[in-house]
Ligand binder design. Structure first.
Ligand code: NAP
Ligand code: MG
Length: 501
């Protein structure tokens, strides 16, 4: 096992050095920070009944920028009375306005929301990056455009709901309670709100404690779009606020995205309540590379699959299963590739890996990586220098991993790849399925027949072939086993917000 020491800082092309990362023998890029103004307010209140309102308990908490640990804003802490006010507003809006608004009219609101977000795309991308730590090139090129795409897609459905379930009639459920995590704050909000509104439901949503800002900026867009008050409400806070959102008696359905651990707590607490539920939980995806795969393309896919968004991705390809004949070649190529990943300032347009979302998450990653070393797996990290302030973790490879290692079984939710090998197709399937999760998988091979066999036998909600982490609003997303149930996106996602008659 060899952990290389950070290399000495070398001069940049014009005698300057980029802040953050230095990578040995390669030239450096000049800093290229994104400069758009994120238009942050010093304080964000709750968004209830179309207005920003102070929390009844008068409490606020700080949200920080994980890239430099600086405070960005104060966020309202919603208590049970605030959550109740949000539900009452949503229920009123549902009874008096939204359930009487035609699909054609609802579509216009969704379309307007998508257009307004596009108008402010750069500002939202910067805010998302500052609050959550993801590289600007991801928030700018993926999160914000995908968020708009989900609203456009569902605008298209709102006046065509008679085609969602052939031969059946669909109706809204009423008020839905939604709780989302910090890894894709805006995108998870879009996955939840767009189908709910298209189907005619009203919403109470809680964003994650560390990443509430873009939801509250999104509330400004809802106001500008003229969405009737109460149709969407945002309550911010920590786990207790989330629990109040899930438990409220006015919620006809709850939709949760987050960890399997919290998902189980919610399911237990709601057992017998009659509420409809969808759960999008954790994952431990296998990316499976056969010896006939285009290896360079596969390496790009593997890197994208686990280092994209610092590995803060539920469907991240966190296990690599590689065919033995090409295992050494793939490992060598991966090491070369991750040596040139740029880790550092998330606002820099050249940054590949930004900041880990929080100190707690960084501790969790460290703890699991330590367990991998202790349990005897071989660790490789490139010699990159990390910024002194903020929460960062080097891209990390573990080879010689066995199925009994914790790093092969538990969700790390960080930029850490565990590499295992296999000899036969059956062994690959067995190892890939030998997990409590079942959210996604990837297959890399030249043979169409093998792709079909693997996608039939793998127990995962999404299976990518010769690509990874590709999303489309028309494509349903969701898990098997401990990765949850229900689907988001596509016709199937809409059905999860509908009563069928
Ligand atoms: P988490 O700890 O489960 O938190 C998710 C959300 O639940 C947060 O808003 C959290 O509030 C809230 N919460 C905490 N305790 C709660 C309770 N008892 N009742 C109701 N809500 C509660 O998960 P995370 O660490 O933020 O997110 C990472 C996890 O999300 C990973 O496991 C990942 O795989 C999963 N994920 C899954 C998908 C998918 O589609 N399957 C997508 C993205 C992420 P606070 O933020 O204030 O703690
Ligand atoms: Mg933050």
């Amino acid at each position: 096992m060899a952990i290389s020491a950070p290399q000495k800082k070398t001069a940049g092309r014009r005698g300057r050095s980029a802040p953050g990362l230095i990578f040995g023998d390669l030239w450096q890029y000049d800093p290229a920070p994104e400069t758009a103004d994120p238009k942050l307010k010093p304080r964000y209140d709750l968004f209830i009944d179309g207005e920003f309102v102070a929390p009844r308990g008068g409490k606020y908490f700080d949200t920080i920028n994980p890239a430099n640990e600086q405070k960005l804003a104060k966020i309202a802490l919603a208590g049970a009375a605030d959550v109740d006010a949000a539900y009452r507003a949503a229920h009123r809006a549902y009874e008096k306005v939204w359930s009487r608004t035609s699909g054609r009219e609802r579509a216009k609101y969704l379309f307007r929301i998508a257009r307004l977000l596009q108008d402010r795309a750069r500002e939202f991308a910067v805010a998302e990056t500052m609050d959550g730590g993801k590289p600007i090139k991801e928030s700018r090129d993926f999160d914000v455009p995908m968020c708009a795409a989900h609203f456009f897609y569902h605008a298209g459905w709102a006046d065509k709901l008679e085609y969602v379930a052939a031969g059946r009639r669909v109706a809204p459920l009423g008020v839905v309670g939604q709780v989302i995590p910090w890894n894709f704050p805006l995108l998870m909000l879009a996955w939840k709100i767009a189908p709910a509104l298209a189907m005619g439901n009203c919403v109470v949503l809680k964003p994650a404690e560390t990443t509430s800002i873009t939801a509250l900026k999104f509330a400004e867009i809802l106001q500008d779009a003229g969405l009737p008050p109460g149709v969407v409400n945002f309550v911010t806070g920590a786990g207790a606020t989330g629990a109040a959102v899930m438990a409220h008696p006015l919620a006809a359905k709850v939709a949760f995205t987050g960890s399997t651990e919290v998902g189980k707590i919610i399911m237990r607490s709601l057992a017998g309540s009659g509420k409809k539920m969808t759960m999008e939980l954790g994952g431990k995806a296998a990316n499976i590379v056969f010896d006939d795969a285009p290896l360079d393309q596969a390496v790009e896919g593997i890197v994208n699959g686990i280092f994209f968004n610092q590995g803060h991705v539920c469907c991240a390809g966190s296990r690599l299963l590689v065919h033995e004949p090409v295992a050494d070649a793939v490992l060598a190529k991966l090491k070369n590739r991750i040596k040139v990943l740029r880790v550092g300032d998330p606002l820099d347009k050249n940054t590949d890996l930004g900041a880990i979302n929080s100190k707690d998450q960084l501790e969790k990653i460290r703890e699991l990586v330590d367990s991998g070393v202790k349990e005897g797996a071989e660790l490789y990290q490139p010699p990159c220098r990390l910024p002194e302030k903020g929460f960062y973790f080097r891209p990390t490879l573990f080879s010689d991993v066995t199925m009994s290692h914790r790093i092969a079984r538990e969700e790390i939710f960080g930029p850490v790849l565990s590499i295992l090998t296999f000899r036969t197709v059956d062994e690959a399937v067995e190892k890939a399925n030998n997990t409590a999760f079942g959210l996604s998988a990837g297959v890399w091979t030249d043979k169409g027949s093998r792709i079909l066999k693997m996608s039939t036998e793998l127990k995962a909600g999404v299976i990518w072939a010769n690509t990874f982490n590709k999303f489309d609003p028309a494509s349903p997303f969701g898990g098997y086993k401990e990765s949850g149930f229900g689907r988001e996106g596509g016709r199937q996602g809409l059905l999860d917000y509908a009563k069928l008659t």
